[in-house]
Design a protein around this ligand. Structure first.
Ligand code: OAD
Length: 288
């Protein structure tokens, strides 16, 4: 890739953030690991878990839509492992909120389904939930439009039970017996499984946002999953790209890579930018 490197040092990042007005931030599971939520592909990530007792040969089958359709019970047996717990958020999430408050955040393309951005107060219009989220859940019966607040099915998911649509409940036993239609009346969280389309909002915004963007920051993701990883390759070459990640990403080229924990990077950048972050740990750690 023939990139024009306008920035190459951590100090350049600070300057670049200071002058940018339309920053796209791509985030991944790494930004939520400080909250105890596992990422996917690290050594301790979800895809290294043994999910055989839930019926999955490999852990990544958990988000495979074809497998869900064959037997949704498997997903609901394992779902408790990834349910978002409470109202916490990280210093990095607070940093994203501050980018928004300073009028610099064009969009956060979040691959995370945990909804933690909401806890930090980031406005919904600033977030594209590329892989959906637990915020809402919908009936899987074709043409049934039943949709609900995702939190309403958390209790059942914690009990490892399948949430059933009130509109389709009566017909379900007949459909299961006669047609072997396993997802009839099943309420599925609106997470994008492999084999499903991304939310339409992603496709409605992404090209315009790439055109407007003046800085791309990629945080806590292995950038393995398309089409989100294509945002970086579609970006015009003069737009600086910064990576903040625990591990280097060898398949991509960035102007600057800050290798380490996302919260440490957020602390560093906030201090250099002389920003206050709305997070209980920020005050405690800022003088270190
Ligand atoms: P991955 O698990 O693939 O990558 C997470 C990255 O975050 C790794 O490169 C880690 O090194 C890094 N990381 C972990 N903790 C970190 C920390 N505290 N600070 C900085 N970096 C840290 O997760 P994603 O890239 O988000 O799809 O995965 C993309 C998609 O694949 C997910 O959205 C998910 C999965 O299949 C669905 O949920 C549908």
């Amino acid at each position: 890739r023939d990139r024009i490197k306008s920035i190459s040092l951590p100090t350049d990042i600070v300057e670049q953030i200071g002058k940018s007005k339309n920053i796209i931030v791509i985030t991944g599971a790494g930004i939520s690991t400080p909250l105890g939520i596992p990422d996917f592909r690290s050594n301790k990530g979800l895809y290294k878990f043994d999910l055989k007792k839930y019926g999955f040969k490999r852990a990544d089958e958990m988000f495979n839509y074809a497998i869900f359709k064959e037997d949704p019970a498997k997903f609901f047996r394992a779902a408790h492992l990834i349910l978002p717990e409470d109202n916490r958020y990280t210093i990095l999430h607070a940093f994203l909120k501050e980018l928004e408050s300073k009028g610099k955040l064009l969009r956060n393309y979040s691959q995370n389904i945990d909804g933690v951005e909401d806890n930090a107060g980031i406005s919904p219009e600033k977030i594209i939930r590329c892989h959906g989220s637990f915020n809402t859940a919908s009936c899987q019966t074709p043409k049934c439009t039943f949709s609900t607040d995702g939190k309403k099915i958390f209790k059942l998911m914690k009990l490892q039970e399948i949430p059933i649509c009130p509109r389709c409940a009566k017909k379900r036993p007949k459909m299961l017996a006669k047609h072997d239609f396993q997802t009839y009346g099943v309420i599925k969280p609106d997470i994008t499984f492999f084999g499903e389309d991304l939310p339409t909002r992603y496709f409605e915004t992404v090209d315009d946002d790439i055109e407007k963007c003046d800085l791309l920051i990629i945080i806590g993701t292995s950038l393995q999953v398309s089409p989100v990883n294509e945002i970086a390759s579609k970006m015009p070459h003069h737009i600086p790209q910064i990576l903040i990640n625990k591990d280097p990403l060898l398949h991509c080229d960035f102007d600057v890579s800050l290798l380490g924990f996302s919260d440490h990077a957020a602390m560093y950048l906030a201090k250099k930018l002389k920003w206050n972050l709305n997070h209980e740990d920020f005050e405690k750690l800022r003088h270190r």
